[in-house]
Ligand binder design. Sequence first.
Ligand code: SAH
Ligand code: AVI
Length: 371
Amino acid sequence: MTATDTALVLDETRWSIVERRASMTAAERLAADVRYGLAQQPPTLPARWFYDEKGSVLFDEITRLPEYYPTRRETEILKARAADIVATTGATTLIELGSGTSEKTRILLRAFTARGPLLFAPMDVSVEVLADAAGTVAATYPGITVQATVADFDESLAPLAGDPGARLIAFLGGTIGNLDPEGRDEFFTKLRDAMAPGDHLLIGADLRKDPARLVAAYDDSAGVTAAFNRNLIEVLRRELQAEGLDPADFVHVARWNAEASRIEMWLRAATDVHARFPTLDLEWELAAGEEMLTEISTKFDLPGLHQVPVELGVEDGLVGVVEVAQGPLAGEAAGELRQLLRQLNMSRQQLAQLHKCPNHKDADLHSSLTI
Ligand code: SAH
Ligand code: AVI
């Protein structure tokens, strides 16, 4: 038994994990995604299938790569703003969507527990990583009860855990960027239906920046992102007992799509691929040089982000920005911040708190924008 196993056993009374009933089982969803996605031109699959046990470990490695700046940047922002977020939201429940290891979230958890007891409700499709995170958080923070849910955020989000009106829903890491515009709309509609007046929303989103820096972040020199991308082929092979599929037959490609403002990850066939999915009675061919789209990672601009709470119709929304720019912002952006706050429809009291917070000055706008 490992040290983590011991912690899980000791703390079983303060954490639980349930699987939310969904319209389809994971196997049915994979089958449907493969049938639909591989028939598209170009073929494409949703990003959720990256995160089997190996994919989750590879993503964790990605977060520590020198080229992958978003995790470090978001960590800095959360450290700088955790106390403000606690004070502004007054939440007694923290719900985290697509929570993964919840490593950065511990910055918020520490700040919340300094104030009092908290219900932490992480939600993820990856059961292994979720169970591990839930047990570790319960063992580390005696003031926290953990109620983890294995669920797909593309399905219904309701009911949300905790007391309506006293919840902070966090969607960190830039995962919002992995949804296409239609997926984002559906996601926000579900979120709006699930949230209650007084609940708050914290989104971590990455902003557009130098394409060379973006491409490097998704095509690192150690090849970890390439392994993460190719692991998708292994997931298909294993879960669907596919024949003729080999991760080694695919080349990782990361490309900046300026028009759609997103990084795209593709898998390019290095040889003619003839795959058979006997359980689906399906055959699929990809000629050498042809590509499959495996992930989009949208990089936002400030006006685009401003639209989020407006479309969401969320009162008192919170928008966190992973990285505003490569340097501090000046005057024009300060105006944008004021506009953002107006659109967020924040209460007078919350605005007052914001203005009191020491980081709220034009030269340090990235942190001000976190709320
Ligand atoms: N929030 C963490 C992890 C980001 S990685 C961070 O900021 O570092 C993206 C996470 O979202 C993974 O843990 C993955 O399993 C989860 N995920 C991806 N698609 C999902 C979906 N449709 N529903 C729920 N979780 C999903
Ligand atoms: C989880 N998500 C926000 C990551 C991103 O940056 O889009 C996934 C990732 N893909 C490659 N590297 C990281």
